[in-house]
Design a protein. Structure first.
Lengths: 477, 482
């Protein structure tokens, strides 16, 4: 029998706000346990939530980008259940009236066609804390630093039909969220988490099969593997006449299998009701317009712009890796006389290699766009050679000097002055009449001897290519 | 000193006829003598005396805030970082929050000295103050009777003149009912007028801080100090508070008083008579009495019960024994830890309400109970607001009977259940309600309730003040405490 896979995805994106959804605590990742937990996050008696308006702006920004309905009246509800890392005994979430509903995202398929993925809803909620099971022998630690971090839960309809499509959607979504400044997308830190709802059915049948839910997958690779495993598991069960049990399962990267977490039958009755501590979110036309007008450019817009700049599709994809890539490129481009080609080659080559070596990204550039622009300017106006430019680049990483200061200090400047180089070449030839005669007699190996002499004389600053050309010209004479 | 009004005390302090040290000393002597009332859960005499010394210095220097050196007490569900905050529950018996409620800060900023925390029904759930983990409170008018609840400690303390005024909270009548039972004035302001930050929640959409004092004038002074927007409470109202004390002496004419026949059915005859007598006082002052009809009255109590319990079941979920509060000493696993901590930490009344609230929010009953109650709530609020657009004030008894005997009322007795019937609609509609003493029945006080439209506190206090200029029920002190 031929089977069709049906997948719906729920992404939890942590919003890039400085403080939490309902308190002033910082949302920064990696701080000492409970050091970013105030009494609102800890759910102490008498405390009340106060909405962080920035989260609303980010949610709406996302809604506008996916052409969704922005609900001008939405409200928060309480999702009630007990868990040690859920301080209030309820999570403040949106259930009946999400802030964003009915949008879509177009994704690229393998055959270059596009597919429209329907996003059913995106709602705001607060993140829970973390239970830490491996630091103490006899008890579990609770870290509430994450508690109250704003999340946007983005839910698709069950409209995806393969792991490839799922990954393509997730990557497109991931890129969109980052370019909108809605979420930093850091999957290791849990900023972008994905749950997969999956079922299979015989081809052509309308009725969906029983689904399982795969929780908290934190890399695209694992998501792909988990889907592949789970599809096969469903298929094996159904083909051997067994039933799929509706349940939540966890993927284990170590064994590349999924294991049941809890049965849906035992699921909590969450008793959702409108949170009486918070007012409904009402938005005026003016506020919506303002958010619309201050939207950062979408990745698709940027892509078009870069292609128009004359960049190849590969080069554009490289820049679209992150908003910081694009920003860095555009800053250099704006400040430098160098050609688009030179700039992109330097970014993809020397600069990317340096970032790789230093294990940093364009968000923390070791050499500023301004410095790189001025370096490429000196290269473009032939003040320095590519070789020297690379040397200066190396120095810029640690130096506080400007490009021009380094050129002046190291005496690089004069070396590419053709006349000066020619006069050095002339002197060297005059000083070595025997070798000159031998070269002219056909011992061309001696060219290396002259190059060596010249490089020594110029302290290695001359452009070897230029030296070669000029030497040959003078030796021939 | 304790026979002076709050206004009188302020004047005496500001003109240095009296020192705060003397005043605090005097009140603590009374508090110690009145231990049998069990009005306080916690006292902080040492700190109060230090603050009194500070206050005296400030009064000497001049420019001291209005209420500098005035002793007062907070109900024990307002968070205080210098004193435990127990909600009269085993669950929080040893809990001291790291912050003050906005109410606590505002009174402190105005110079008030908190002498301690007053007893109450556990988590403000009750009408007799008998559900307190720290024992029942007695009514100063008759020690065999309850002072009402849930703010019974504050009511008893103010009635016995142990403090000039005190705070309370009112979710379904918890300020007005004990004020009526204890023969004092109790105000529940408009929802949102006083910040709920740091007030431990029972039912958030109904909870409102309120005040107890011996006269409308005193209430106005205290309310002026505490009312107003608080950015820490999203439901607090961001609008300026008018000068309440200034309006107090304005003439009350023309005045239309709405009286519903419904307010008098199933009400003790003596109470009916006392209200009629009080209405005559207003009539003599030129008020017009208008008959009104409140069709939705039968739904007030059931609607309240559904909503209050639903919110309570969620608000009390945070007491799981994990981060603060009572934790069981014998749990094998997480489930047991939470279950046992809650079973041992909460009293019967609280558990009953959590169970009811959980039931009405369950997916099976949500639409028929909770959603239905929300719709009814809107209708009740609309009816009251509509009525209040045709009259200035609604007047009726605060309670259908006077203070119950101790140990007499069981939660399921109809008398107990009906005691809230005139107070709950005010909370459902977010309106201000004021109870003032208007007489006695067998030596137990009778309370009259005035209900106004949103933000009509000034008007309610003005009417009560006018009444108190012609009568002296409010200045009567229970015999033993004179």
């Amino acid at each position: 029998m031929t089977w069709e896979t049906v997948i719906g995805l729920e992404v939890h994106a942590q919003l890039s706000t400085a403080s939490k959804l309902f308190s002033g605590s910082s949302t920064r990742y990696g701080a000492a346990p409970n050091s970013q937990t105030n009494y609102i996050d800890a759910g102490l008696p008498g405390t009340l939530p106060v909405l962080n308006y920035k989260a609303i702006i980010l949610a709406i920004r996302f809604g506008l980008a996916i052409h969704a309905n922005i609900n001008d009246l939405s409200y928060f509800e309480r999702k009630n259940y007990f868990y040690p890392d859920l301080p209030k005994g309820y999570q403040i979430s949106q259930f009946r009236h999400p802030i964003v509903s009915q949008g879509y995202l177009d994704i690229n398929c393998h055959d270059q066609s596009t597919k429209r993925i329907i996003i059913d809803r995106a709602h705001l909620e607060e993140d829970a804390g973390k239970s830490i099971h491996d630091t103490h022998d006899k008890y579990t630690g609770i870290d509430l630093n994450r508690a109250g971090t704003p999340l946007l839960e983005i839910v698709t309809t069950p409209c995806l039909s393969s792991a490839t499509e799922a990954i393509s959607y997730l990557k497109t979504l991931h890129q969109l969220l980052r370019f909108l400044g809605v979420c930093d997308g850091n999957m290791q830190e849990g900023s972008f988490r994905c749950d997969v709802n999956l079922s299979i059915k015989p081809q052509g049948v309308k009725q969906l099969g029983t689904r399982t839910e795969l929780k908290n997958l934190n890399s695209f690779r694992f998501i792909e593997k988990a889907i592949a495993y789970e599809v096969q598991r469903h298929q094996d069960l159904l083909e051997s006449g067994e039933q799929v049990i509706q349940q939540t399962r966890l993927y284990s990267p170590d064994t590349n299998t999924t294991q049941p977490m809890r049965d849906k039958e035992n699921e909590n009755d969450y008793r959702y009701f409108a949170d009486p501590d918070l007012l409904p979110i009402k938005l005026s036309r003016d506020e919506l317009n303002h958010i619309q007008q201050t939207m950062p450019p979408l990745p698709s817009t940027i892509k078009e712009r870069l292609l128009n700049d004359g960049l190849s599709i590969d080069e554009v994809e490289f820049l679209l890796t992150s908003p910081e890539h694009v920003h860095f490129y555009e800053t250099v481009k704006q400040q430098s006389q160098a050609s688009t080609k030179v700039i992109i080659n330097w970014l993809k080559g020397v600069y990317a290699a340096a970032l790789n070596e230093l294990n940093v990204g364009f968000d923390k550039p070791p050499i500023s766009a301004e410095q790189l622009a001025s370096l490429l300017d000196r290269l473009t106006d032939n003040t320095i050679s590519t070789k020297i430019a690379k040397q200066i680049f190396g120095k810029l990483i640690t130096s506080t000097m400007s490009v021009d200061e380094i050129i002046a200090a190291e005496g690089y400047k004069a070396m590419n002055d053709g006349t000066e180089l020619e006069s050095i070449i002339h002197t060297i030839i005059t000083q070595h009449p025997d070798q000159t005669a031998e070269y002219r007699a056909g011992k061309e190996k001696l060219l290396a001897f002259f190059v060596g002499k010249i490089m020594k004389e110029t302290k290695g600053q001359a452009d070897p290519e230029q030296v070669n050309i000029l030497l040959k010209k003078h030796l021939r004479a | 000193m304790h026979t002076l009004s709050l206004r009188g005390l302020i004047q005496a302090l500001q003109t240095k006829k009296l020192s705060s040290t003397e005043l605090v000393d005097h009140y603590f002597k009374r508090i110690h003598k009145a231990q049998a009332l069990n009005a306080f859960i916690h006292l902080d005499e040492e700190r109060a005396r230090e603050l009194a010394k500070e206050a005296d210095k400030q009064l000497q220097r001049g420019n001291a805030p209005h209420l500098t050196g005035i002793p007062m007490a907070h109900k024990d569900n307002f968070c205080t970082k210098d004193m435990p905050t127990t909600c009269a529950s085993n669950m929080l018996a040893h809990f001291t929050p790291p912050y003050n409620a906005t109410v606590v800060n505002r009174f402190a900023d105005h110079g008030c000295i908190s002498v301690g925390k007053t007893n109450m029904d556990e988590f403000a759930m009750g009408s007799t103050n008998e559900s307190s983990y720290f024992g029942a409170v007695k009514n100063p008018w008759n020690m065999d009777h309850v002072p009402g609840g849930s703010s019974g400690g504050s009511a008893s303390a103010v009635a016995a003149r142990l403090v000039p005024f005190a705070t309370g909270t009112d979710t379904g009548g918890s300020v007005r009912q004990p004020a009526a039972f204890s023969g004092i004035c109790g105000l529940k302001p408009t929802y949102g007028l006083i910040s709920r930050f740091g007030q431990i929640a029972y039912a958030s959409s109904l909870d409102q801080a309120g005040l107890f004092a011996n006269s409308a004038d005193d209430l106005a002074i205290a309310l002026q100090a505490v009312a107003g927007f608080d950015p820490h409470d999203s439901t607090s109202i961001n609008q300026p508070v008018p000068s309440l004390t200034e309006q107090l002496n304005h003439p009350i004419k023309p005045l239309r008083i709405g009286v519903a026949p419904d307010f008098f059915s199933q009400v003790d005859t003596e109470i009916q008579q006392a209200i009629m007598d009080a209405l005559k006082v207003f009539e003599q002052a030129g008020a017009e009495i208008v008959d009104i009809n409140l069709k939705l009255r039968p739904y007030w109590l059931p609607c309240y019960a559904v909503i209050a319990n639903a919110e309570a079941s969620s608000n009390l979920s945070r007491y799981d024994g994990i981060r603060f509060g009572y934790r069981t000493s014998h749990a094998e696993n997480l489930r047991e830890l939470i279950t046992k901590s809650r079973s041992e930490g909460f009293g019967m009344q609280v558990k009953r309400r959590i169970l009811t609230g959980t039931h009405v929010l369950s997916s099976e009953h949500f639409d028929t109970h909770y959603v239905h109650a929300q719709k009814v709530r809107r209708m009740i609020a609309d009816e009251l607001k509509q009525t209040l657009s045709t009259v200035d004030v609604l007047i009726g008894p605060t309670t259908p009977s006077c203070a119950f005997k101790l140990n007499e009322s069981h939660c399921d007795s109809p008398k107990y259940q009906l005691s809230d019937q005139f107070t709950v609609p005010v909370n459902l509609a977010g309106l201000p309600g004021l109870s003032i003493p208007v007489g006695f029945n067998h030596a137990l006080p009778i309370g009259m309730q005035l209900i106004g439209n949103h933000f009509s506190e000034a008007r309610l206090l003005q009417l009560a003040h006018a009444y108190q200029q012609c009568t002296n029920w409010h200045s009567m002190i229970p015999g033993e405490w004179k």
